[in-house]
Write a protein that binds this ligand. Structure first.
Ligand code: PLP
Length: 478
């Protein structure tokens, strides 16, 4: 372990134990450097690490402070797991469909990235250019696995993330959701059990349903991610075939699992002989650089199937994703072709062109900064307007903030109130087949600049406070 990491671990432990409590000023860089006998730079690195972990913040001319977060969750211990049943549950019908049909124009609830950023303009130019190229020679670049040039670029992106990737290992899909479906079909039979993180991306619940597979919810906390302890308990008692998880810049909680825990998970997968279906869709939007490594990058036994797409980094409208497994290539390709045939070529040509010209790397840099800026605004507003008892942990990347409201609040009642105001958030219950998280919500901040964020978050908070008042008055018979 590097020196700064052990200083950071020492501080983290004290924050978690409450020795350094919420809002408290931390020792100065110089004091800590002389206390620990390490250089000033080492302490600065440790503080920067904790800052990007969302635990502390720096105030100009004043120093570092523990963030005002009332509760820091810990990895789930074996005896906590009893309270969080890992019994398999039947997933619901078309959660995503029903919710989106009822709630057009999601604003604070949207899963879409900011698509009108100026750095996107060259993509639309490339699309136009490539559409013209296509008209001239429509057949030339078709390949069952997808456009070679794009697969080469993706393979380089994967190499940058630490994966041993060859172009031939990449299959282009219609977005990440199709990649996930293929991964599920390749690793499970109808009736099998698949462990999912809880809360989890709700689109996977639909996929499990149509694949005839039953989910087993495994708790995940916003600091450490999937509870490995709970997973082992479930693996000891249930014939689980695969685990679905999104370990980097997780949707909805925003955590990035530590490399140590990712490797521990891989060891568990090897020991119990299960497949890991790794959703890597938000990783490039990590606020901490270099982007976090996928579990796939340590996968010496080839049991991880990585799924991703450009839907969060560029746009979901080009429906361009990929699956990357370095095994079962024929099976995966066959499933892909049986599901939807060869993926549309023009968006692939446009994205390859966009990457080739160096626009992609620039765009990603800009989007990370934009989302970080939006996150700071969103957090500030939530801290200012939401009632006491509201908890959140800073996400490590992406553009979603998972907020735990005071327990008394029923999210369905809050949503009914927000409906009248035309404010959209996603209720926590959507992220669990058992409809847990009845007092949580996901607030998305990708496009905060398109509306009056201050007014909207204040109005959202007002409804939260009103719900709380109503619960309290009914409890006390007022
Ligand atoms: C974690 C996660 N995985 C996969 C998807 C689906 O991505 P795509 O639109 O590329 O199919 C989403 C979209 O919301 C997501 O949030």
């Amino acid at each position: 372990m590097k020196l700064y990491m052990s200083v950071a671990a020492h501080l983290r432990e004290r924050i978690e134990k409450g020795i350094f409590s919420s809002g408290m000023r931390l020792p100065s860089v110089r004091t800590l450097s002389s206390d620990h006998g390490v250089s000033v730079t080492t302490v600065q690195l440790a503080y920067r690490q904790l800052e990007s972990d969302g635990l502390i913040e720096s105030k100009p001319q004043s120093g570092y402070y523990v963030k005002t977060i009332p509760v820091l969750p810990r990895p789930m211990a074996a005896n906590d797991i009893k309270a969080f049943s890992t019994e398999p549950v039947e997933s619901q019908n078309s959660v995503e469909f029903e919710y989106y049909m009822e709630h057009p124009g999601l604003l604070l609830g949207t899963g879409y990235p900011c698509m009108n950023a100026p750095s996107m303009a060259p993509l639309f130019t490339a699309l136009h250019r490539q559409a013209q190229n296509y008209v001239q020679s429509p057949q030339t670049r078709r390949h069952p696995s997808g456009l070679l040039a794009l697969r080469e670029h993706i393979s380089h992106l994967m190499l940058d993330a630490g994966c041993q990737s060859r172009t031939d290992d990449v299959i282009i899909t219609n977005g990440c959701k199709e990649a996930l479906f293929i991964a599920l079909k390749a690793s499970c039979e109808p009736g099998d059990l698949v462990a999912i993180e809880s809360p989890c991306y709700f689109g996977i619940l639909e996929l499990l349903k149509i694949a005839g597979v039953t989910p087993v919810e495994i708790p995940a906390d916003p600091v450490h991610g999937l509870s490995l302890e709970a997973l082992v308990v479930a693996l000891e008692t249930l014939p689980i075939k695969a685990v679905y998880l999104s370990p980097n810049c997780n949707n909805p909680q925003g955590y990035t699992m530590s490399d140590v825990r990712k490797r521990q998970l891989l060891n568990i997968a090897n020991k119990y002989d299960i497949t890991l279906i790794e959703d890597d869709i938000y990783s490039e939007l990590s606020y901490l650089l270099p982007r976090p490594r996928p579990i796939k990058s340590w996968d010496s036994e080839n049991r991880v199937i990585l799924c991703s797409s450009f839907s969060k980094t560029l746009t979901p409208d080009m429906k361009t994703g990929w699956i990357f497994a370095n095994r079962q290539q024929k099976k995966l390709l066959n499933l892909k072709l049986m599901t939807s045939g060869v993926t549309a070529i023009t968006p692939q040509m446009a994205i390859a062109d966009f990457i080739e010209q160096g626009h992609y790397a620039r765009h990603i840099r800009k989007m990370r900064l934009l989302y970080r800026k939006h996150l700071a605004i969103a957090q500030e507003k939530v801290l200012a307007y939401f009632p006491k008892g509201t908890h959140f942990i800073s996400p490590q990347g992406g553009y979603h903030l998972w907020i735990n409201l005071p327990n008394e609040i029923q999210i369905s009642e809050l949503c009914a109130q927000l409906e009248l105001k035309k404010i959209k958030i996603l209720p926590g219950t959507l992220f669990s087949p058992q409809k847990r998280f009845t007092s949580s919500l996901r607030l998305s901040y990708s496009s905060l600049h398109l509306y009056d964020a201050d007014e909207m978050i204040e109005s959202l908070a007002q409804s939260v406070r009103q719900c709380l008042t109503e619960v309290k008055s009914s409890t006390f018979g007022l």
